[in-house]
Design a protein around this ligand. Structure first.
Ligand SMILES: [Fe+2]
Length: 493
């Protein structure tokens, strides 16, 4: 009690010294507080301190105290992807970068096609319940005997009777495979392309001919979508085309800002903070001299400056995100597939970053135990040209065909150029969990036997060339996949 009396005296003396009058109700509030002195100090401009004034002051102080707490929370936000150590393996064995030794001689051609046939034929034998024999065994079989053969298609034609026939070759022999009208559908026939390696089940017609009742592709097995425990995500984009007048810089900067959590809505931040891996699928800059009228369509007319601008964006990506970038036709590497990585000298600053990885096209990366196949997508154009029904509006269907063949090179000698190396880098040697492409500028998402297919879009507006073709790109979209659920989301900027 004596303590309370003493405190009241101190308060009244303090106010009196400051020539402030105190109402009894104000005094009864202040005597209960340890910060009475600070409150009076703050209100020292007043001549009379009422209970109401003091209450208002206390309320305001409370708010002020709460606000810094929120700011502190915001500053120390735990970014999910940042807390997790990166877990990836660049599968260098499938990337041609620094390993292109081809001289374009017949020897190179022979070695590459031998590698292709050996790999795909062994896959066919392993995956399907067939007892494939060399084509030369056809001559030794009896007429009407059942037979399984493996061969590469070297010719395809329609006979006078309207049947489809194939010439199949292996290392030693060749035969004619006549496709049964009753057993092989038109749909199956139209997808057969030269250089495909297939297995056929059929009956011997004569020493040179087999009637085919079933066709097998090497294919990818039917698998369940693999998930991981961690709630982290991948993001995938393509065809940025920095340096083009049609480059959507504002939208692309929004994407970079989004990766940096510079978005206002908490829901969006909760998504963006999970991004741990970013894949960029080629045509990163517009390039110079890619087509005749291109020069007038450039906002940056120097390749190095185009890459310098691209670097500005790459260097803004948070360092906890691992970035994997491959080249496309517009990048500063050879036009032919397989393409080596963009040389480090084009992006001296970005390539020094620990989290930025420049890879070839095609290339493979294993992240969190999931295998990702990256390919810009050039060979799809030959599929569009050769297979009726396959168009640039549905690039995902072309991707399924590539997976089915386990080969990204379809039909050597068509519009896409290939450098044939001793090792065939275009083969799909493993079963990918993700198959990511770009090139078509049109978003398409699909799933095939446990592989998620993502045809990424672009950051370039519709070009005159696309107008002429009647092609509609879908610019400004990033695709994300939550690895814990395999849910795929399109994020529009
Ligand atoms: Fe492109």
């Amino acid at each position: 009690m004596q303590g309370e009396t003493q405190k009241i005296k101190e308060i009244t003396d303090f106010c009196s010294n400051k020539k402030i009058l105190l109402t009894p109700s104000a005094l009864s509030i202040l005597k209960e507080r340890n910060d009475w002195k600070e409150i009076i100090e703050e209100l020292s401009n007043e001549t009379i301190l009422s209970a109401e004034l003091i209450k208002k002051k206390i309320q305001k102080t409370k708010i002020n105290l709460i606000e810094p707490e929120i700011i502190i929370k915001e500053k120390t936000r735990e970014i999910k992807a940042k807390e997790i150590e990166p877990n990836y393996r660049i599968m260098d064995e499938y990337d041609v970068t620094n390993k292109s030794f081809s001289k374009g001689q017949i020897k190179d051609f022979h070695e590459c096609f031998t590698d292709k046939f050996n790999f795909l034929s062994s896959l066919l034998k392993k995956k399907h319940s067939i007892e494939a024999k060399p084509i030369s065994k056809l001559k030794k079989a009896e007429k009407n005997d059942d037979l399984d053969l493996i061969g590469m298609i070297s010719e395809k034609w329609v006979t006078k009777k309207g049947d489809t026939a194939l010439k199949l070759e292996d290392f030693e022999d060749e035969c004619i495979a006549l496709l049964s009208r009753n057993d092989i559908t038109q749909e199956e026939k139209k997808f057969l392309m030269l250089d495909d390696v297939i297995a056929v089940k059929g009956k011997k017609i004569n020493d040179e001919m087999i009637l085919v009742k079933k066709i097998y592709y090497p294919d990818v097995s039917v698998r369940k979508l693999k998930t991981i425990k961690e709630e982290i995500m991948i993001a995938s984009i393509s065809d940025i085309h920095v340096g083009s007048k049609l480059f959507l810089e504002k939208e692309f900067q929004k994407f970079i800002d989004w990766l940096n959590l510079k978005t206002m809505e908490e829901k969006e931040k909760q998504q963006a903070e999970k991004i741990k891996y970013l894949f960029i699928l080629g045509d990163n800059v517009e390039g110079i001299g890619i087509y005749p009228t291109q020069f007038d369509e450039l906002s940056i007319k120097d390749t190095f400056e185009q890459y310098a601008k691209l670097e500005e964006f790459l260097l803004q990506i948070p360092e906890y995100i691992e970035v994997f970038m491959i080249p496309g036709q517009h990048d500063a590497v050879r036009w032919a597939d397989p393409r080596p990585a963009i040389p480090e000298k084009m992006m001296p600053n970005a390539s020094k970053q620990k989290n930025i990885h420049l890879l070839g096209s095609p290339s493979w990366v294993e992240i969190e135990g999931l295998k990702v196949l990256l390919y810009h997508g050039n060979s799809m154009h030959d599929l569009f040209a050769k297979v009726s029904g396959l168009t640039a509006s549905n690039p995902n269907e072309a991707c399924k065909q590539l997976l089915k063949r386990r080969d990204l090179m379809v039909g050597f000698g068509l519009s896409q150029v290939y450098v044939l190396e001793k090792k065939d880098y275009m083969l799909i040697r493993e079963e990918p969990d993700f198959f990511l492409t770009g090139d078509i500028h049109r978003i398409a998402i699909d799933e095939y036997n446990g592989t998620t297919i993502i045809n990424n879009a672009t950051w370039q507006e519709r070009t005159d060339y696309q107008v002429k073709l009647g092609h509609y790109p879908t610019p400004g979209i990033a695709v994300t996949v939550d690895l814990s659920t395999r849910n795929v989301t399109k994020k529009i900027f």
